[in-house]
Design a protein around this ligand. Structure first.
Ligand SMILES: [Zn+2]
Length: 324
């Protein structure tokens, strides 16, 4: 049996090794040493806090429940997204609610904001009014726009006016695309028009229609289908647009994991070639959900540590200038 001195020394050496691993991981992020980010730690780019009327048998996802869950799953920080449009949820998760609920936890819960683009046709009718509204959210701590999920075409003039403001403010947007929200056509020509018009605007794709577009040869109805099996046909819009537009990114939350796993050979190659364009996340909002394929996603693939670190947190930290 080793003496207690030896045990302490072993523990100390283990702590030193863990600290060194953390420093190395921080360097792989391309930034200064970040002691607060544990080795292997995730940054979840997509979570929604909810309110008590979400349902009595479920209950709301509160900040304290979320923080405990994050601790259990190695998630160091999370982006908290409002859902302001009627199509997004069955009651609005307002930006104000998100700012208030995250306020005591800003070291870990980082708020987003959003404005429904139809408000630009009714109330925020000048560019200055839209800029001022977003600036108030930025001043209150918002770091991104989204989840932008409204029944307005992705390239509708109202959305284009909103993107112009976001581009000016350098505020990235995370959007949901399917046949009910941010609608587009197969091949995503509307999204391409936006990317071409606003090359400075960081756009992060999410949702059924977005991930269906990983494959070529899809029809309009496929933009509203969740694909969790089947080979990915060549010629997908996502790869084509990512090649042409460096401001386009993908959110692996929700159906994003299934999009990688449905055709593991494609998923392996896609994760490698887009390692600088993908953000890891879960899209948790419902207490009855207790399985997230994202949590063991990387175990299904053979990726270098550098690629895993970029996807798990490095890309999000870079895009949103998060230091620790
Ligand atoms: Zn969501």
């Amino acid at each position: 049996m080793p003496g207690s001195g030896q045990i302490l020394r072993r523990q100390f050496m283990a702590d030193v090794a863990a600290g060194a691993a953390a420093s190395l991981a921080a360097c792989a992020d391309g930034g200064a040493a970040e002691p607060s980010f544990p080795p292997g730690g995730y940054l979840d780019d997509h979570i929604h806090l909810t309110q008590p009327w979400f349902g009595p048998e479920r209950g709301p996802l509160t900040a304290s429940i979320l923080l405990g869950w994050m601790d259990r799953h190695g998630i160091h920080k999370a982006f908290i997204l409002p859902l302001v449009s009627p199509e997004a949820f069955w009651y609005p998760i307002s930006t104000e609610f998100v700012l208030r609920e995250t306020a005591p936890h800003r070291d870990r819960l980082l708020p987003f904001c959003d404005i429904d683009p139809r408000a630009l046709g009714t109330h925020l009718t000048s560019k200055k009014l839209v800029v001022d509204a977003f600036k108030r959210y930025l001043d209150a701590g918002a770091i991104g726009c989204g989840e932008h999920k409204c029944r307005v075409a992705v390239d509708d003039p109202l959305n284009m006016r909103l993107y112009e403001v976001l581009a000016d403010l350098k505020l990235p947007i995370l959007f949901h695309l399917d046949n009910q929200s941010m609608m587009d056509r197969p091949g995503l020509p509307g999204l391409e028009q936006v990317l071409k018009t606003f090359p400075e605007l960081v756009m992060i794709g999410h949702g059924k229609g977005w991930w269906a577009s990983i494959a070529g040869g899809i029809q309009q109805e496929d933009l509203h289908r969740h694909f969790d099996a089947g080979q990915v046909a060549a010629g997908g819009a996502i790869d084509r647009l990512m090649d042409a537009y460096p401001n386009l990114y993908g959110d692996l939350s929700s159906g994003g994991a299934a999009a990688m796993l449905r055709d593991p050979q494609f998923g392996q190659a896609f994760l490698l070639r887009r390692k600088d364009r993908l953000l890891w996340g879960t899209d948790w909002y419902d207490l009855t959900t207790n399985q997230w394929p994202q949590l063991d996603l990387f175990a299904h693939f053979q990726l270098p540590d550098e690629a895993v670190t970029m996807i798990a947190r490095g890309n999000a930290k870079r895009l949103f200038a998060i230091g620790r």
